[in-house]
Every structure is written in C-alpha cells, then in structure tokens.
Write a protein that binds this ligand. Structure first.
Ligand code: PMP
Length: 356
C-alpha cells in the first residue's frame, strides 16, 4: 500500500512519474534500451532532455534570454558556484535559516557578504523584510526555507542581479522569472528525484563572471550553458523523471493549479494547528510556507511526541518527524501530496488530540 508521504525531500512524486520512469527503466520508448543504458549523446536522450527544458520553460513561463541547465552536485554546489563565478567584492544575502546560512558560508570565501536581513534572533520564525542595496555584485535569497517553514511569495524587483534558491518551492506557484538573474535548486522536492539540480540563468549574467579568477571548467556556468548541460554526462534518468513531472504539472493546468492545491493543503493543516488544543504552528502568520509546515505540541504536552509519531505511523503517515534543529513535527506538502494525504494527517491529529 502506498503511504501518506510527508518527507521533506526526497519526497512524494506523482504516480505518473513513478509509472513512466519504471517503464523507461525497462525500455525507453521503442529504442530497445533502458533509460539507464541509452547514450546521453544519442538522439533518443537528446529528445528527453529537450522536452524537459522546453516544458520547464513553458510551465514556468521562462522568457527568452535565459538558459535552463540540469546539473549534478545538488543545490549545495550552487552555493559555491554562485560566488565563485559572480562575487567580485561584495554580495547581499538574506539569512532565513540553515540553507541560506550554508550559502553565506560559501560566499564569504570569495568576498564580502552583506547580510541585509536575518530572522536568526527569532529562531527564523518569520521571513524578514529587506531592501536590496545597489552597491553589491548580486543579491541572494532563499524563497522557501525547507527546515524552518517560512516562505516569501513575492518576486521582488532588484537593482542588482537577484539570485534565488527555489529548491523547495519551485513550480508551486506562478513566478515572474524576469525578476531574477538566476533561479536554482535541487529537483528532489517538486520536480523529481535527488541527483539533478536545475539552474535557470539569464544569459547576460554570464558577462558578469569575475574576470581575474581561475574557475575550474566544471564550476563555470558558461561551460554548461555552451554545452546545454552536456559538457559531461548529465544525470539522465533524473532528467527523464523531471520531464515526466513537468508533463504531469502541465496536464493538470500548470502552476496556477499547483498553487491552488498548495493553498488548499496548507490551509487545512494551519487551520487545524490554530484550533487544536494539542498542536501549535511554529511560524508566524504571513511567513508560513505552503510546502513545509513545522508544528509542535503545545506547552505541557511535549512528552507526547514519540506517541504521536507512532500513532501517525500506524495510519501509514510517514516523514512527519521534525528536523532536529526545530524538533516536533514537520509536514512537507509538495506538489504530489494530495488533499487526501492531508486529510489523513489532520484526522490523525484530531483523533490524537481527542485521546489526550
Ligand atoms: N536549499 C534548500 C532550500 C534546500 O531545502 C536544500 C535541501 N533540502 C538545499 C538547498 C540543499 O540541496 P542539496 O541537498 O540538493 O544540495
């Protein structure tokens, strides 16, 4: 039986993605070869790659003048590639939790970092307001904070190239890509399995690469843009899975429908957390993520944590143990999470509360 999966990533993927990847593992189309066997230089794989890129452009509405890359190394490699390529003297970063902190750490190796806003003093429980300065090489934000459960839903205007880590909310709402010089993330939440990183990069950002720094070939964005992600062997089967997920998103009506579903799922959980006598939300209103919802037991009931995890497990709910830095619970409700999954979770919360 398929479980109710609330993992933070890797996470639940659409049934269609799983079915079609399974078929392609046995045979890619009528090629007589598995997607695991086919050459990345073959027309058969090129067609898979091109469809993934074109669907991504179509679904997200990526304007002309941008390149789409599918690379290895995870979003974490982007934390270092971004400053390595673009940080000449100073960059602005917004610190909204673990992943921005990791990005800041890498950037500090290559220049000055101006942390223009941070919610650290308040346990990262809200998304801080900030103004992007014009005296920096670029600004970096994390639109959704997977661990802390805060999210910014605005595409901000910026006087300098704006770079955004959208690992955990990509394709969950319509985005004005033209506001960003670069959007990147690991695919393993809303798009596919772990092992492929998407990069949407404005071609003229490449003109801003630090000129007097030796940048290894694999760490240069231009290498991958020039070779359309085929400088080296790309993660073929993962790209196939991303293509299938993008097909699924498109078939359902695209990002407007993904957003409608995301709001419906998140509202159902936050409403329960607000009214529950046993559970409470962690994040302040106005910053609450639709993708990752951390919650705690109310004061005096903390000892029930393990009991609720077991209670949920018996109802086939998996992945709700909170991240160790926040504790309690976290429900990750990415695109493939259904309203039925959420109803099962909310019912479990209500039944558990009634029991205590
Ligand atoms: N940024 C965010 C927002 C994330 O959620 C994660 C992983 N969960 C990362 C970066 C790091 O991604 P990866 O593991 O692909 O390096």
């Amino acid at each position: 039986m398929r479980k109710h999966i609330f993992n933070a990533g890797p996470c639940k993927l659409p049934d269609e993605t799983l079915e079609n990847v399974s078929k392609a593992v046995l045979e890619l189309g009528n090629t007589g070869q598995s997607i695991l066997e086919v050459s990345h230089r073959s027309p058969d794989f090129q067609a898979v790659h091109d469809e993934a890129v074109n669907l991504f452009k179509e679904v997200l509405g990526i304007p002309g003048g941008y390149s789409v890359l599918f690379l290895g190394g995870g979003a974490s490699l982007q934390f270092c590639m971004i400053p390595f390529n673009f940080l000449k003297t100073k960059a602005a970063y917004v610190n909204t939790g673990t992943w921005s902190t990791a990005a800041i750490k890498e950037a500090k190796m290559w220049g000055e970092v101006n942390v223009i806003a941070s919610s650290e003093a308040d346990g990262f429980t809200y998304y801080p307001e900030f103004t992007i300065p014009s005296d920096v090489d670029y600004a970096h934000v994390t639109s959704n904070n997977t661990i802390r459960g805060t999210e910014i839903f605005k595409d901000l205007a910026s006087p300098v190239p704006l770079i955004c880590d959208m690992s955990s909310d990509i394709c969950s709402r319509p985005v004005d890509v033209s506001k960003y010089a670069m959007i990147y993330g690991g695919a393993q939440k809303n798009l596919g399995p772990a092992g492929v990183t998407f990069v949407i990069i404005k071609n003229d950002l490449l003109d801003r690469v630090v000129a007097d720094r030796m940048i290894p070939t694999m760490l240069r964005y231009k290498t991958h843009v020039d070779k359309e992600s085929m400088y080296n062997t790309p993660p073929c089967v993962n790209i196939f899975a991303v293509k299938e997920t993008l097909r699924w998103i498109k078939s359902l009506g695209g990002l407007k429908e993904m957003e409608r579903r995301a709001i419906e799922r998140a509202d159902m959980i936050y409403n329960e957390l607000e009214r529950s006598k046993l559970f409470r939300p962690v994040v302040k209103e106005g910053s609450r993520s639709r993708m990752n919802i951390p919650f705690l037991l109310r004061e005096g009931h903390e000892a029930l944590e393990k009991e609720f995890l077991d209670f949920a497990k018996a109802r086939n709910i998996v992945g709700i143990k909170g991240h160790r830095s926040v504790g309690g619970f976290r429900a990750s409700t990415y695109n493939a999470c259904t309203i039925e999954d959420v109803k099962v979770l909310v019912t479990a919360m209500q039944e558990f509360a009634a029991k205590h």
